[in-house]
Design a protein. Sequence first.
Length: 317
Amino acid sequence: MRDQTFSNLNGHYINFQQLTQKLKEIAHEKGMTQSELAEGITPREHLNKILNGKRNPSLILLYQLCNKLNVDIRLLIEQGYYVNYEQTSNYIHRMKQCITQGNFDRLEELVNFCSTIDDFKNGIAKQFLTYQKGIIQLKKYHNPSQALEYIEESLSTAFQKGYEGSSSSHFLTLEEKNINIDKAICLFQLGDTEQAINILVSIINNRLAIYENTETYHLLRAHFYLAKFYLETQQINSCLEVAKKGIDLAHCKFVYIYVGDLHALTSLAFHALQNDKEANFHYNKAQDFYRLLGSSQPFKSPKRDFISPIKKDPSPK
């Protein structure tokens, strides 16, 4: 029988024996027979071999089985990576909190500490930790070149080889979409505007047909930075188009983070077009959403940019 580890679509390694055992336990808890679990997905005989460790499932099949059992495939896979799942998840959560709070000194302390923990030396946790090193370089030290190196390293696991030596199929996970947004930010700061914009356009255009609030957050973040890049490169109409799509998406999904910022960008774009009526309208909308979300309000007025000024239409002092 084959070794029960196999590279997944992110280039990490999954303990399929542990995963299939967990699937058996969940199916048993739900009172579901193998025939019921296999129905409409795969022949029962094939599923039996998988659940008994005689064959590894494809990731598509694993996703289908998890859906039928109403299990989050991400959590199931992550539990297969970590020796101490609760501890590792807690550290990841704390690092994400540091980013949200803008506490990059504390983030750097956590990253240095977690580098000594075994769970952060492989798989998803290693990818996440490497990404945090890039965030520290980008946000704390303002070094996009060094940040890009870490971000590229965190994404490189996508191109590792599969069990048979062939390149594994790869689709961006939600976390990798977020990483790619920061990659675009680094590239833009380094002057590679075209590639930065192409990355964000790809993220927006290749979203899932049905997606949850977590992906909506990443999509809104991509809309914000794409609109911001268009504005800073004086592509005003493109800025307005992307910002409007982001605002519409937020209202459709009832996820309002970044909406204030998108209205703020829209206000600045209309200000550049000398359309004070629309500029003031979106300025007020931005302030409404900042107050609603209890967030800080970096955008003070249509005549004071909270991003770098537009070269051909500098804002009055």
